[in-house]
Design a protein around this ligand. Structure first.
Ligand code: SAH
Length: 470
């Protein structure tokens, strides 16, 4: 059966709903949203249906279904739990040429109600032709993630400008290019950033040709520590819209695989001691691509604002007048802790948590060790694998107990994750013995001692990827 998709204007039109339960309530609610006049036939009603009836929004007929109830209706929906009644309605409606839907009975239905993604006035409707409604719902979930909530506002704005766009840009190709710019460019960015007035103004400027029709933008996206499931929905959307992706080496291939297929991918990663691309060069690239009208995603491991130089990159974009957005990511501390079963705070063990980096040119000379060594706090050190000895010595020298547990999480949240645990005194030895390599994160504090008991991720086999040593 091939269905013909259509969107019906129900405002001011009579629709019959038969049934007074939860399903009928959902149907009536949507119909009222669409401006329909609802005639509701049911002996009993849910509290909401009763309220709508009392408010005069629904005309209630307290009876069992009878064919006469179809009189004057454009559509009918059977939502009772009684198959016989539902089928009787379908037959009567067929006879009178009224379109009828029977809930969960594709065969008896003359029309189907699709799964809907609502970005009013924009609406995406999905149907499986009655074969697999659950499948349609799963597709809907996928698309929900891709379509930003600001899309409705964008469609309204485009609608308001429609006549002027048509007059200004009579050639269809030029019009299409303009809509593309609205959809992908500065106007959409401003709407997503919660700035509708500026978006309106930007659209006017672009229409008046005051700006070049092509303005690119940069989205700084946090890719999380590795597991692609830890990417945010906004991050996924940005990756789907990107023309160019400038990514760090640390970003996992699984996350990159989620990006638009034809997006250009450029690795601008830096490794300790081995600088592929300088920070200045990254700024130059981002700005040049955006100025050429490209949608740039600057994809960084973890969160862009946690030891990621995201601030510097925004400064450069701001100075260059390039529009930007920031999508946060799960920083390594949160990702590694969760995937190693280490609660960063704990009522019994740690009332605060510190994130610091041990990668200082002078091997930690300017870190405030006295405060990092405080008891009852969890210390998370980024970029510290090469410095474990200095870290241990300094923490001990500043009073942290030698028996304090630590956990080194290597490749956190990735399939090859390893966790090495022990006590502070043995940190350098254990790191050497297990040949812990970057990227690895060091967690020091009583909570690290819970890793053995609360572990849930990765192979639990010492010969394999996952190891707890003590
Ligand atoms: N902006 C990133 C941090 C960049 S600094 C964030 O928010 O996570 C790079 C350091 O992060 C690495 O040296 C390592 O200490 C840590 N790191 C990042 N990803 C990691 C991972 N999957 N496992 C363990 N450590 C990780």
């Amino acid at each position: 059966m091939l269905l013909y998709p259509l969107f019906a204007d129900l405002s001011g039109r009579l629709v019959l709903v038969v049934g007074g339960g939860a399903v009928a309530e959902r149907k009536v609610s949507r119909l009222l949203d669409a401006g329909a006049i609802v005639r509701l036939v049911a002996p009993e009603l849910t509290p909401s249906l009763r309220t709508w009836t009392n408010d005069g929004r629904v005309a209630h007929v307290a009876a069992l279904f009878d064919e006469v109830h179809l009189k004057g209706a454009w559509l009918a929906i059977a939502a009772t739990s009684d198959t016989v009644v539902n089928r009787r309605l379908a037959d009567a409606a067929q006879h009178r040429r009224v379109w009828a839907n029977v809930v969960d009975d594709a065969e008896a239905s003359a029309f189907h109600v699709p799964a809907v993604i609502d970005r009013a006035p924009l609406c995406v409707a999905i149907s499986s032709g009655g074969h697999a409604p659950m499948f349609a719902r799963l597709v809907r979930e996928r698309l929900e993630a891709l379509l930003d909530p600001s899309l409705g506002a964008l469609a309204l704005l485009a609608g308001a400008l429609r006549d002027r766009i048509r007059r200004h840009l009579p050639a269809p190709a030029a019009r299409r290019a303009f809509y593309e710019t609205l959809f992908h460019g500065r106007v959409a960015t401003l709407l997503r950033s919660g700035r509708p007035e500026e978006a309106q103004q930007a659209a006017e400027e672009e229409l008046a040709g005051e700006r070049s029709a092509v303005t690119g933008s940069v989205v700084l996206v946090g890719a999380g520590p590795g597991d692609p499931g830890l990417l945010t929905l906004s991050g996924l959307r940005a990756l789907n819209e990107a023309d160019v992706i400038l990514h760090d080496r640390l970003v996992s291939p699984e996350v990159l695989a989620l990006a638009r297929r034809d997006a250009e991918r450029i690795e601008v990663g830096k490794e300790a001691g081995r600088h592929h691309v300088t920070q200045e060069r990254i700024h130059v690239l981002m700005i040049a691509f955006a100025r050429a009208g490209r949608r740039v995603v600057r994809l960084k491991g973890g969160d862009p604002f946690v030891f990621g130089r995201g601030g510097e990159e925004l400064e450069a974009l701001r100075d260059a007048g390039v529009p930007y957005e920031v999508v946060p990511g799960i920083t390594a501390a949160l990702g590694c802790a969760a995937y190693a079963g280490i609660p960063l705070t704990h009522r019994d063990h740690a009332q605060s948590v510190r994130f610091a980096t041990a990668h200082c040119r002078a091997a930690g000379a300017d870190l405030d060790w006295a405060s990092l060594a405080q008891a009852r706090q969890t210390l998370v050190l980024y970029m510290g694998v090469a410095e474990v000895e200095t870290i241990r010595d300094n923490l001990l020298a500043h009073g942290r107990d030698a028996a304090t547990p630590f956990a080194l999480v290597e490749n956190g949240s990735r399939p090859e994750q390893r966790v090495v645990t022990g006590t502070l005194a043995d940190l350098p030895d254990l790191a050497t013995r297990h040949a812990v390599r970057s990227p690895a994160l060091l967690i020091v504090g009583e909570v690290a001692g819970l890793a053995g008991r609360l572990a849930w991720f990765g192979a639990n086999d010492a010969a394999n990827a996952y190891r707890i040593a003590s």
